[in-house]
Design a protein around this ligand. Sequence first.
Ligand code: HEC
Length: 126
Amino acid sequence: MDRESSHFARSVAANRRYAIGLSWAGMALLAGLVGTDPAHAHDERAVALLHQYRCYVCHANNEPKAGPAYADVATYYKGKAGAQSRVAAVIRSGAHGAGPWHMPPHPEVSKADARTMARYILSLRR
Ligand code: HEC
């Protein structure tokens, strides 16, 4: 009887530790979802813009579609001076390189929005 009750007490203590561990995990998860990190909020805005302007019709982050994968754009511009401004300018004015397709101009995109998207695209380097 004595042995059983002490065993019971031990498992209650173990359960309580487990519950405390879980609630910490829950809080970390919530902090992630709410997006307290400002860089993260910036990314969400950029992704919303990329959807709004239908960029993902021709582009994906990690694989080429009609247009190059954004991760490959980021690799190409790695270490180049003024990369963010140059990519922002291409977004608004379009581009026609060696490929069969061209990048249509987007004059309706504000300079600020173009820079937000450019910054995000350049962060995707793999
Ligand atoms: C109709 C399809 C299409 C749409 C819509 C489109 N793109 Fe493109 N994009 C392309 C193609 C094709 C290229 C490659 C152009 C080339 O050959 O240089 C390209 C190239 C790019 C590049 C690389 C430019 C460089 O300097 O190499 C970036 C950045 C880019 N697009 C961003 C965007 C963004 C942001 C949007 C939305 C505002 C967008 N694209 C919408 C087809 C598209």
